[in-house]
Design a protein around this ligand. Structure first.
Ligand code: UDP
Ligand code: MG
Length: 317
């Protein structure tokens, strides 16, 4: 779309307990912006948005300090920890009107900021969304690599439409973010929703780097709930799985019935045992399994119909 000569770019970075990173991240990103501005690639109105996702350490004070030192830096403080995805949304939705395109990047700069320029060039050439794709993850721990791989495989298996090895490092044009605002579900799974919005898209690839400082803020619990949200908000495949399972068991029962009748005719049965005990356990287990999955979806419906806000802003600089 764009074809704007010097677009106004906003870089959004969610920060949760990132006191070790805020300062260096802010300076690296503002230096990058200044460089791009100087070379007339982007507008001088471009900004960096740091979103504090309810940190309990010194993160907000540092953001505040940086924002007062450098007018390019904007700060947004959420009233509590709303999670990475919601912090990102807060940044995107709050500054969308001030820019032509927004780039999201994690505050630990594990995603290579060197490709940001390429993203902007592709945006200028007409792409509305530019996805950052991780080439290799050598620097990730074995655990992170395996769980991440499992995550993408599981998503594909569950028919969730997303880009392999693309996380939340991407550029979105203003109109993509505007379209995103029309999605009213509370649990917005960005990696799945953004590709479903449409418009022209492109990709850039890079090698994933080491966390610049501090520990991962994505605990195993957060990762699991993120994957589960991805599946249940995008696919009814688990439900289909349940009905298929139910059907197979039905067929199996019919075969068993014929077998039992046959055994009865040739007189080789221990009367009543198999036909009572086996189905009891079998069906009991299956029923619980099905209830569990249906329950998860009902739970999702429950949380969606409440239409609770995805984030609450405490302060804006
Ligand atoms: N993050 C956040 N809220 C959270 C958890 C994480 O805003 O509840 C931020 C975090 O500060 C970082 C980004 O999300 O900028 C990605 O988190 P992290 O680097 O810990 O995840 P990983 O790269 O290990 O998957
Ligand atoms: Mg990280």
């Amino acid at each position: 779309m764009s074809l704007i000569k010097q677009p106004i770019i906003g870089i959004v970075s969610p920060c949760f307990n990132e006191e070790e990173n805020v300062k260096s991240t802010a300076s690296k990103l503002t230096n990058l912006l200044s460089d791009l501005i100087q070379r007339n690639i982007i507008s001088e109105k471009s900004i960096l948005i740091l979103v504090d996702d309810g940190s309990v350490d010194n993160t907000w004070n540092l953001i505040n300090e940086q924002a007062h030192k450098n007018s390019k830096i904007k700060g947004l403080k959420l009233s509590k920890n709303f999670g990475h995805q919601n912090a990102l949304l807060a940044g995107l939705f709050n500054f969308n009107n001030d820019v032509d395109a927004l780039i999201s990047i994690d505050a630990d700069l594990q995603d290579d900021i060197q490709v940001i320029e390429e993203m902007i060039v592709k945006f200028k050439n007409g792409a509305d969304t530019v996805y950052g794709i991780r080439n290799e993850r050598k620097t990730d721990t074995f655990f992170k690599r395996t769980t991440a791989q499992l995550f993408y495989k599981l998503m594909l298996l569950m028919k969730v439409n997303l880009l392999y090895n693309h996380a939340d490092f991407r550029l979105c044009s203003k109109r993509v973010i505007q379209s995103l605002e029309g999605y009213n579900e509370t649990n917005l799974f960005l990696r799945g929703i953004i590709p479903s919005i449409g418009f022209k898209s492109d990709t850039v690839t890079y090698n994933r780097l080491d966390r610049s400082a501090g520990e991962t803020k994505y605990t195993l619990g957060k990762m699991l709930s993120f994957a589960w949200d991805g599946i249940t908000s995008f696919s009814s495949f688990p439900l289909k799985l349940v009905s298929t399972l139910g059907f197979l068991i039905f067929i199996f029962c019919i075969i068993m019935l014929f077998y039992a009748l046959y055994a009865l005719v040739i007189g080789s049965t221990v009367p009543g045992w198999l036909s009572t005990v086996l189905p009891m356990y079998f069906l009991g287990g299956i029923q619980l399994f099905c209830f569990g999955i249906i329950g998860e979806y009902v739970g999702k419906i429950y949380s969606e119909v409440k239409h609770r806000p995805r984030f609450i802003i405490e302060e804006k600089i």
